[in-house]
Design a protein around this ligand. Structure first.
Ligand SMILES: NC(=O)c1ccc[n+]([C@@H]2O[C@H](COP(=O)([O-])OP(=O)(O)OC[C@H]3O[C@@H](n4cnc5c(N)ncnc54)[C@H](OP(=O)(O)O)[C@@H]3O)[C@@H](O)[C@H]2O)c1
Length: 253
C-alpha cells in the first residue's frame, strides 16, 4: 500500500495575510512542499519573499473580487486556499461598538466566504481542494480581553463547519487554532495589555506562558507546517476539524 504523501507538487495555493507572521510562514511551508504560491496582503513586507505577493484588502470585497478573478484568469485554478488576516483590536467586549463587530465579521467571515465561492469551481473540477482557516484557540475557550475576536472566531468556526458539510468529495476545509505564537500581532497584544493592566510586557508574557506545558511561544514555522500538512494529500480524510497548535495550553478535552 502506498501512503498518501505531503508533497504539493503541481498544486497552486492562495495565502491571505502572507506578508508576515503565521500567513507568511504558511506560504513558505506550502512553497517548500512544492506548491506554486501566491500571497495576498495590503502592504509590502520588509525584505524579499520567496513567493509573489499581490496587493489586496480583505476589507474591500469588491476590489478583492477583481484581484481574485484576475489571478484565476491569468494563472488557472487554485487547489489550496489559506484564509488568514490580521485579528481584531484587543479590548473588553462591553467597550466594543457595532462597527467593531461588523468590520471583523467582514474581514474574516465574509472575505473567506467570498474566496471559497470564487475558488470552489476550480477545486471541484480538479477534484482536489484544501481550505485552511487560521483562527484561534478562542474558538474553544474565549480569551479575556479579546471580546470582538472571541466572537468572530466562533462565527468563523461555525461557518467553516457548515461549509464542510456542503463541499464535494476531495475538497476539505479545516481550522488551525494557533496558541500564543511569536509574531508582530502578538507583540502588539502584549504591549496593549501591558498598558491597560499596568504590568510590564515581560509579566504579561509570563502570564501567557504559565498554562502552556511546552513553556514557550509557538513559532510561526510550526503553524506553517500544520497548514501545509492539512493542504496535502495525506490529510484527505480530515474535514471540518479545528486543530489547536498551542503547546498544550487548552484545558478542555
Ligand atoms: N500570533 C498569535 O499568537 C495568534 C494567536 C491566535 C490567533 N492568531 C490569529 O492568527 C492570524 C494571523 O496572526 P499573525 O500573528 O500572523 O498576524 P500578523 O502578524 O498581524 O499578520 C497579519 C497578516 O494579515 C495581513 N492583513 C491584515 N489585515 C488585512 C486585510 N484587511 N487584508 C489583507 N491582508 C491583511 C497583514 O498584512 P498587511 O497589514 O500588509 O495587510 C499580515 O500579512 C490573526 O487572525 C491572529 O489574530 C494569532
Amino acid at each position: 500500500m502506498t501512503l498518501p504523501g505531503t508533497s504539493l507538487e503541481g498544486l497552486r495555493a492562495l495565502v491571505c495575510g502572507a506578508s508576515r507572521g503565521i500567513g507568511r510562514a504558511a506560504a513558505e511551508a506550502l512553497a517548500t512542499a512544492g506548491a506554486r504560491v501566491t500571497g495576498l496582503a495590503r502592504g509590502r513586507p520588509q525584505g524579499a519573499l520567496p513567493f509573489p505577493l499581490v496587493a489586496a484588502d480583505l476589507d474591500d470585497r469588491p476590489a478583492l473580487a477583481r484581484v481574485v478573478d484576475r489571478l484565476l484568469a491569468e494563472g488557472g485554478p487554485f487547489h489550496v486556499l489559506v484564509n488568514n488576516a490580521g485579528g481584531p483590536p484587543a479590548g473588553p467586549i462591553l467597550e466594543a461598538g457595532e462597527q467593531d463587530f461588523l468590520a471583523a465579521f467582514g474581514r474574516h467571515v465574509l472575505a473567506s466566504h467570498h474566496l471559497v465561492r470564487s475558488l470552489l469551481p476550480g477545486m471541484r473540477e480538479a477534484g482536489y481542494g484544501r481550505i485552511v482557516n487560521v483562527v484561534s484557540t478562542s474558538v474553544r475557550e474565549p480569551i479575556p480581553g479579546l471580546g470582538v475576536s472571541n466572537t468572530i472566531r466562533g462565527a468563523m468556526a461555525a461557518w467553516a463547519k457548515t461549509v464542510s458539510r456542503e463541499l464535494p468529495p476531495g475538497v476539505t476545509i479545516n481550522n488551525v487554532l494557533p496558541g500564543y505564537t511569536d509574531t508582530e500581532r502578538l507583540s502588539e497584544l502584549r504591549e496593549a495589555l501591558a498598558r491597560r493592566t499596568g504590568q510590564s510586557p515581560e509579566q504579561v508574557q509570563a502570564g501567557w506562558l504559565a498554562p502552556v506545558p511546552e513553556g514557550r511561544l509557538g513559532r510561526p514555522a510550526e503553524l506553517g507546517a500544520v497548514v501545509a500538512f492539512l493542504a496535502s494529500p495525506a490529510a484527505a480524510f480530515i474535514r471540518g476539524a479545528s486543530l489547536p497548535v498551542d503547546g498544550g495550553r487548552l484545558a478542555s478535552v
